[in-house]
Design a protein around this ligand. Sequence first.
Ligand code: URA
Length: 423
Amino acid sequence: MDIIEIINKKRLGKILKREEIKYVIDNYLSGNVADYQMSSLLMAIVINGMTDNEIIELTKIMLNSGEKLDLSSLGTVVDKHSTGGVGDKTTMIIAPIVASCGVNVAKMSGRGLGHTGGTIDKLESIPGFQVNISTEDFLEQVKKIGMAVVSQTNNLVPADKKIYALRDVTGTVESIPLIASSIMSKKIASGANKLVIDVKVGKGALIKTIKDARKLAKLMIKIGKANGIEVVCLLTNMDIPLGCNIGNALEVREAIDVLTNKSRGNLADLCIELSSYMVSLGLNITYKEAKSMVIDNLYDGRAYEKFLEFVKWQHGSLEGLPKAKNTYKVKSTKEGYLTSIDALALGKLSMHLGAGRASLEDEIDYGAGIIVKKNIGDYINKDDVLMELYTNNEIDTKEISTEAFSIQKENTKEVKLIYEIMK
Ligand code: URA
């Protein structure tokens, strides 16, 4: 077999055989296929796509490139995944809700890159919190308290690690076959038997249209079936940020506010929906039965107790959550109804304030970020505070644009939180 023949085949839109896909992945990992050859093949895939069978084979080959976690001793384990967005702190809220309902959550999460945050960075903003624990301790913790959230081990799908880093710098991230195989290989390797996926759609997400989100969801459900995993996808809005806080410790604070019922709104609503589908899968009960259990456990404080237990088990202390030195208020220059908030623009601003990293080596400022002070549909007067910025850098607020906030004379737009559920 020859890499150039394989690249040419995909360039012409032909179907690759299983052996050819395996040849590419094995030889890319061993260094016999160069980055430039792999990027050329990836671009051919972005342009010409792959058949469902090619994608299922690619997923299996990637999944077998490293270690797999065996969670069979835990019985049914339900996992949750988000395709990534701005202000998405749902794991910190959902995992304790679901565990408090009696469903095991053994979760491996990732770090943030670019304008989207990662759960592991958010948890690490809690002083002392440990995200790297041994597999034995991880399983033990789930057996004892029903949940654990840890950092993905280095050897979990190494093929995806190497390919994703290359995709990130070669304009080949936005491809449905590559996204589906990347996500599903990691989820299958991390051992859960049921999975709820929050497919984010909109300006702040990787997937911009409902049509593409449907295609991605359909494919992930099919890959799940081929691997004995039941998958439910919720297609949800990422035109606007999720909740009010963006930035690591700020998002921990907002997660606590939801768990202690101090914050209601789109974030709490989405967490209730995602948790209900997870509990329904985990306990084999109807969505309606699951939702009533989820709401009970959230409102009577059992979910928050589970969160506190989880933080303690992983050596975190909620006292002394980091806070940035400087706070700046950004005021409106216009008057009217707030009809939209650009999630992507705020994600980038938050990164600029120190809350995210442009490259994996960058240090994060855990206290930095943004608190959005207005909701969609609010009437805004001139000089009303639109957002507060938290940073250890010195900034001039005159240089901060308020264009992320769309303020119009008419209040016309209705914001939908969940577009569709697919199973
Ligand atoms: N998240 C992943 O894990 N992989 C992708 O390709 C895109 C989002």
